[in-house]
Design a protein around this ligand. Sequence first.
Ligand code: GDD
Ligand code: MG
Length: 358
Amino acid sequence: MQAVILVGGKGTRLRPLTADRPKPIVPIVDRPFLAYALEWVARHGMTDVVLCCGFRSDAVVEAIGDGSRFGVHVTWVFEPEPRGTAGALKMAEEHLQERFVLLNGDVLTDMDLSAQIRAHEATGARATLGLVPVEDPTAYGLVRLDDRDRVTGFLEKPKPEEIDTDLISAGAYVLDRDVLDLIPAGREVSIEREVWPRLVGEGLHGFVHRGAYWMDIGTPQRYVQGVADVLAGRVRSAVVDRLAGGPVHPAADVHATATVAPDALVEAGARVGAGAVIGSGSVVAAHAVVEAGSRLERAILLPGARVAEHAELRECVVGQDATVGAGCRVGDHLILADGALVEAGTQLAGATVATAQA
Ligand code: GDD
Ligand code: MG
């Protein structure tokens, strides 16, 4: 089966991580975010992938290429302007098969797509929405089901008083091609607001994914959490196989007195000084440096970042080639911009975002 992935989002809440790179290619551990979706669909036998792109697609094309590095073959579809979730799909019409999977490109998940496809085929639905339970459905599409898993109501971004279930649309759909007939061409169309409500009672089913990992990584807090979850193997991904060989790349330079947690990663060309501690959920990317005595806990250093001596970093991101001075403390899901400089001794917990020095 074919997979179509929507990758038009801007990722404004992850700035400045997304200032110079679109969200689909923000690095998660050692590869672009979109690689996880590509490897995930490939694991379910979908190697024919259509990517519907809008914003900053040049950078996405550069990072993903023809997809072969991630086990898929990519067909690119570009929108002249944002067409919305259904409008973007409509633009891909000429490439689509009789039945296909449509995915939101901004979630990290290992849901069992094969099981959802089997359910779609068994019920004879026209569209089957993958569903997950969440604590607060207000930011999502709430889905009401009957006892045969037919959708009886779809409410995008429900008001608190409308919430009567914890099931939401997970952004993974199995669709029959005739659903495209419900999408007008040539304008912005939201699949959530204009298509699903029209399909209620007309062949719209739900499939509940129980126990799967599912997370939208669109905020700094969830980004840091997502990286930690990938490293710890809480979400199934190709990174888990890679880390089976240990958290330190053979071409990294880690001092004998430094400590690296098993669910961390120190990449090729990186250096970790004497007594430094690279704790759980941390990444020291290629050619990044952690000097003597510094401690990282769920801290993510992008390539070329440098942390000077005796600094403490917790739940934060240090941008590419950015520098954190000696004795600094950085925390609170802070994202330091690429090239930023934090002066020695600075305490940056509780602050919002540091911008690059001119
Ligand atoms: N190509 C393209 N063009 N992609 C788009 C466009 C567009 O105009 N608009 C949105 N997308 C992509 C986004 O990049 C994202 O991957 C996906 O479509 C969903 O859009 P979001 O803007 O992230 O929507 P949301 O998170 O508020 O809600 C959606 O996802 C929830 C699950 O995370 C809805 O589908 C909800 O129903 C769902 O519960
Ligand atoms: Mg989203």
